[in-house]
Design a protein around this ligand. Structure first.
Ligand SMILES: [Zn+2]
Length: 219
């Protein structure tokens, strides 16, 4: 359904009234379902960049909603130790409604978000060697902590050509730094299979293979 300019103006009037009530001058953008701009307003006193920020936010929200409606799974890249990392994770969970969080190490700074992630059973794709590149640390202790908390944490390579390390290198680095036990390494792999966007039959086959490997390694 096309969004008329009359409707867009009603939305802007409501938003402007709310901003005036809060005494915070803001900019607002209204886009249609495809993300195309219908109307944009900058209130007196709002920052010069706020119109383009408002437009980008509206566009992004529309694109995510469209992806969801078309049946795509959604993830967000929440890189380690960035400005407002925890807030970005919160927005991913609460506003966008992601199916997975990429990186996401900083979720441990919020007990509330950690509990919510566990409740939803969503996965985290943590990349130790990429973490070291960005922060100087593998954050392997955080991976162990996530396992202890029952989160679906996984170990990944991020961009292997860029960081010169494939997934096995990342697993070895995390194992050595945090002293991960064999059972913990198996759990990381089970998590990876459980959170992968695979047909259920394929997922069950891969999990059964891990079970067989565990049984043969134990005997
Ligand atoms: Zn990344």
């Amino acid at each position: 359904m096309a969004l008329s300019i009359e409707t867009a103006e009603l939305i802007l009037d409501g938003a402007r009234a709310k901003a005036s009530e809060m005494k915070v001058p803001m900019s607002f953008a209204v886009v249609d379902a495809g993300g195309y701009l219908i109307a944009l307003v900058r209130m007196d006193g709002a920052g010069l960049l706020t119109p383009s920020i408002a437009h980008s936010k509206a566009y992004t929200a529309a694109v995510f909603r469209r992806a969801r409606a078309e049946g795509y799974q959604i993830t967000m890249h929440c890189d380690v130790d960035q400005e407002n990392s925890v807030e970005h994770i919160r927005q991913g969970l609460e506003v966008i409604g992601v199916d997975r969080i990429d990186h996401g190490v900083n979720i441990l700074e919020s007990d509330e978000l950690t509990a919510e992630l566990r409740r939803r059973g969503l996965g985290l794709t943590v990349c130790p060697i990429s973490n070291r590149w960005v922060t100087g640390e593998l954050k392997a202790g955080q991976i162990k902590r996530m396992l202890d908390l029952g989160l679906r944490v996984t170990v990944n390579s991020d961009d292997p050509a860029y960081f010169a390390a494939y997934v096995t290198d990342n697993l070895i680095a995390a194992q050595q730094a945090a002293g991960l036990e064999p059972a913990e390494l198996l759990q990381l792999e089970r998590n990876a299979i459980e959170i992968a966007w695979l047909p259920a039959g394929v997922r069950d086959q891969l999990l059964a293979e891990i079970d067989r490997y565990e049984a043969s390694a134990a005997s």
